[in-house]
Design a protein around this ligand. Structure first.
Ligand SMILES: [Zn+2]
Ligand SMILES: [Zn+2]
Length: 163
């Protein structure tokens, strides 16, 4: 079932960001709903707001986060509900030329959630770096989740997702 949570969006170039209700859809087969515990504030989020990345407003900001897996799609095998994870913006394919050469940082085919998060009027959101974690919960591809020690401080662990 889809759910309504709060998220911080950038609606228009340069305008102040807004805290609004957003809809998290049911996860697709390989998608995961993550309850965000902590999310750093990074200059890249400001760059999104300023139109420095692309023009695909509205953006759901936030991309260096840690949280707990809440629900998983029917085909997810990498994580399970309750796992503590860091979100990463490069979910690499493992199959392409770059991945096979041991250079996944240049992967040609990275993954994100298969269904969009939206505003309450149905407008699709563009999650910053495919994450969008200035929100109570976010939707990502299972490959974007990296399990970490649950004793790690979420505010520190989340920074790894960006750095
Ligand atoms: Zn690849
Ligand atoms: Zn960042």
């Amino acid at each position: 079932m889809s759910q309504t949570v709060r998220g911080v969006i950038s609606r228009k170039k340069g305008d102040p960001v807004e805290l609004v209700d957003i809809i998290i859809p049911d996860p697709g087969p390989n998608d995961v709903v993550v309850k965000v515990t902590a999310c750093g504030v990074c200059h890249t989020d400001l760059t999104y707001r300023e139109g420095g990345i692309n023009d695909e407003y509205p953006f759901l900001l936030g991309h260096e986060a840690a949280g707990t897996v809440e629900t998983v799609g029917s085909a997810v095998t990498a994580v399970a509900p309750g796992d503590f994870v860091v979100l990463n913006w490069r979910a690499v394919c493992g199959q392409c030329r770059a991945c096979k050469r041991g250079r996944p940082q240049y992967c040609f085919d990275t993954f994100n959630a298969s269904v969009p998060m939206t505003l309450t009027d149905g407008t699709a959101l563009t999650p910053a770096l495919g994450i969008g974690a200035f929100a109570d919960k976010t939707l990502v591809h299972e490959g974007q989740c990296t399990k970490v020690d649950p004793d790690a401080d979420p505010a520190v662990a989340g920074l790894l997702g960006c750095g």
